[in-house]
Design a protein. Structure first.
Length: 176
C-alpha cells in the first residue's frame, strides 16, 4: 500500500532506512534543543543514546514502519505497533489496537504537512487491518503543543501518565 501526494510518496520502511530515520531523530533533538526544549528528548543525539539504534532497527523489523519520501529524500516515518511501548504504563485495553510508536519528520520541512499525511496513512492501515482503535502517546510538557498537534489531526485525549518527571498523554482515534 502506498499513499502519494504531489511529490510525497509513502512506502513500507525497512532496515535500510534506519540511518535516515536516525538522522531525522538526531535532527529533531537538535531542533528542539535550539528552541530551548531539552526536556522532551534530552540533549544527546538519538543515535548516541543507549539502545537508540537498536530501537529503530526493531521498529523497521518487528513493527509496521512506513516512510515518507519527497523528491527521493526520506523526510518522515511512522511506526505502528499493536500496543504501547514498555515505558508507557497505562491501563490495559480489551480490544485490538494499532499504536503509533514513532512519528518523526524532517524538521527543516516543518509546516509541509508530512506528519499529517503519515498519520492519515496510519489511519488507513488501521482500517484496512479491520481495527477500530488507533492510539498514540506523546510528551505533554511545553505548554501541550504536541498534544494539540495530535488533536488537530483527529485524536482525542484519554489518559495522562508520567515516566519519572516526563509528563505524557495518551490520545486515541476511532477509525471504523
Amino acid at each position: 500500500m502506498t499513499h502519494t501526494s504531489p511529490a510525497l510518496h509513502i512506502r513500507p520502511g525497512c532496515i535500510d532506512d534506519v540511518p535516515a530515520i536516525l538522522d531525522l531523530l538526531d535532527g529533531a533533538v537538535a531542533w528542539m534543543n535550539a528552541r530551548g526544549n531539552t526536556q522532551q528528548w534530552g540533549t544527546t543525539p538519538y543515535s548516541q543514546k543507549p539502545g537508540g539504534v537498536e530501537r529503530v532497527e526493531r521498529y523497521t523489523t518487528e513493527h509496521e514502519a512506513y516512510v515518507a519520501e519527497l523528491d527521493g529524500a526520506l523526510v518522515g516515518a511512522v511506526v505502528l505497533g499493536t500496543e504501547p511501548g514498555p515505558q508507557v504504563e497505562i491501563a490495559p485495553i480489551t480490544e485490538p489496537e494499532r499504536y503509533v510508536r514513532l512519528l518523526i519528520t524532517d524538521r527543516q520541512r516543518v509546516g509541509q504537512g508530512i506528519g499529517s499525511v503519515l498519520l492519515a496513512h496510519a489511519v488507513e492501515v488501521t482500517r484496512k487491518a479491520e481495527v477500530d482503535l488507533l492510539r498514540v502517546d506523546c510528551w505533554a510538557g511545553g505548554g501541550g503543543e504536541l498534544v494539540a498537534y495530535y488533536e488537530r489531526n483527529g485524536f482525542v485525549r484519554t489518559e495522562p501518565f508520567v515516566v519519572g518527571e516526563w509528563p505524557g498523554q495518551v490520545l486515541e482515534m476511532r477509525v471504523g
